[in-house]
Design a protein. Structure first.
Length: 383
């Protein structure tokens, strides 16, 4: 391991790897990325990789638009040899009550005002898009055909491999145990494999970002939202869009490989970092999925796991430098949109680290907003 770096990134999830990629693209390649396990071993490797423009605030929509542009060109620009499994099949968001439909109506109005071609549709129209959909009890849906999905594994590795080719050192199985400071400045990082002298540290440690923050006396407010996921054996083409309900939360998407990715949240489970899959998930969520998509009754599940979403208090990312510790940057609390937003977050963080003009203003997403009482409140309750 190198003993000195211009920038040390902690965390080999999609966010850390995207930052490494954009730094290297800008010619900053004396960079070390430290990952305690393997790349994608955190939240990134548990998520379905959904990309949706149907988001509740202007800043998120702005970020996802820019991310989608990066993703469209990533395979070529990163000279990545595998398919990113990028597919623009849309998101169909279901409403099972007049109140839910009203929330979708307001969201659709907001998103359309931001140039997103999303539509509020009837149950019959939803069924034309997804012939497998059972519409009993359905009041309507929101649909945007330009939403999509990609493989979190391939996207993360595409960023990481391109960064490595440009000189970034990626050290897996390397745990950050402390951060050194002198006065109010970062001076180095201590790992279980040795020390690295540096003046810039990026904390992209996912749910561990709070623990990393305490190493320099900074409190990063995070909680873990527990979701459960299953993957089925591959089946014939079944659904194009990601079919999802937020109330209660469940969803199904089909991977380009044919496997169905099922996701949901069960009630009454322990909070915190418990990552044991539960029977309750299947008992509660499977009936909801089968009600919406009856053909799922015959699907064979081959794996079930828990994913912990690193969630900030206002479900918006926490981004940027921390003024009280010079050289310390936070990229945390990416919440339920961390995969889709990381491609542009990587670029914005690289700009911040290199002192460049930001391509999108992110000062309102700083850590200080919680102390100032300036949380970002979505106008309507949709994340
Ligand atoms: C079930 C589920 C479904 C989701 N669905 C979507 C979706 O459809 N679309 C979407 O955009 N987002 C989704 N998300 C959210 C998204 O997965 C996360 O926001 C995103 O992956 C966070 O990326 P990250 O790089 O910040 O964190 P992580 O992927 O958690 O990476 C952090 C890394 O830091 C490492 N680390 C921690 N401590 C240390 C240390 N001391 N030393 C070295 N390394 C350390 C960890 O091992 C980890 O690999 C979902 C999340 C879950 C759990």
């Amino acid at each position: 391991m190198r003993a000195r770096a211009d920038v040390v990134i902690i965390g080999g999830g999609v966010a850390g790897c995207a930052i490494a990629y954009h730094l290297a693209q800008k010619g900053c390649n004396n960079v070390i990325l430290l990952e305690r396990h393997y790349l994608t071993s955190g939240a990134t490797g548990t998520c379905p990789g959904g990309i949706r423009f149907q988001l509740a605030t202007e800043i998120k929509v702005q970020l996802v638009k820019a991310s989608a542009e990066i993703l469209r060109h990533l395979r070529q620009e990163a000279q990545y040899h595998h398919d990113l499994e990028l597919k623009w099949g849309g998101y169909l968001i279901l409403a099972y009550s007049p109140e839910q439909l009203e929330i979708l109506r307001k969201n659709v109005a907001l998103q359309r005002s931001l140039g997103i071609g999303v539509n509020l549709i009837t149950p019959e129209e939803a069924r034309e898009i997804v012939p497998q959909l059972h519409t009993e009890g359905l009041w309507g849906a929101a649909f945007h055909g330009g939403d999509g999905q990609a493989s979190p594994f391939h996207v993360t590795h595409a960023f990481a491999q391109a960064a490595q080719r440009r000189g970034v050192a990626i050290c897996t199985n390397t745990v950050v145990t402390d951060i050194q400071t002198r006065g109010d400045r970062v001076t180095g990082v201590i790992t279980d494999k040795g020390a690295i002298a540096t003046s810039k540290v990026v904390n992209a440690a996912g749910l561990e970002a709070n623990r990393i923050g305490t190493m320099v006396g900074v409190d990063i407010p995070l909680s873990a939202e527990r979701l459960e996921c299953c993957i089925t054996e591959p089946v014939e083409p079944f659904i194009e869009p990601f079919v999802i309900s937020f109330w209660p939360f469940f969803g199904c998407l089909q991977r380009p490989t044919g496997n169905l990715f099922l996701i949901g949240a069960a009630s009454g489970l322990p909070e915190g970092l418990d990552a044991e899959p539960s029977c309750q998930f299947l008992l509660e969520v499977a009936p909801l999925l089968v009600r919406a998509l009856p053909a799922l009754r015959n699907a064979s599940i081959i794996r079930q796991w828990v994913g912990l979403v690193p969630t900030s208090p206002d479900e918006h990312p926490i981004l940027g430098p921390v003024p009280q510790v010079r050289g310390f940057y936070v990229v945390a609390g990416l919440s339920g949109q961390g995969f889709m937003l990381s491609p542009i977050i990587g670029k914005l963080m690289a700009e911040a680290i290199l002192g460049e003009e930001p391509s999108i203003a992110i000062d309102k997403l700083d850590l200080g907003r919680f102390e100032r009482g300036e949380r970002i409140e979505p106008p309507f309750p949709l994340v």
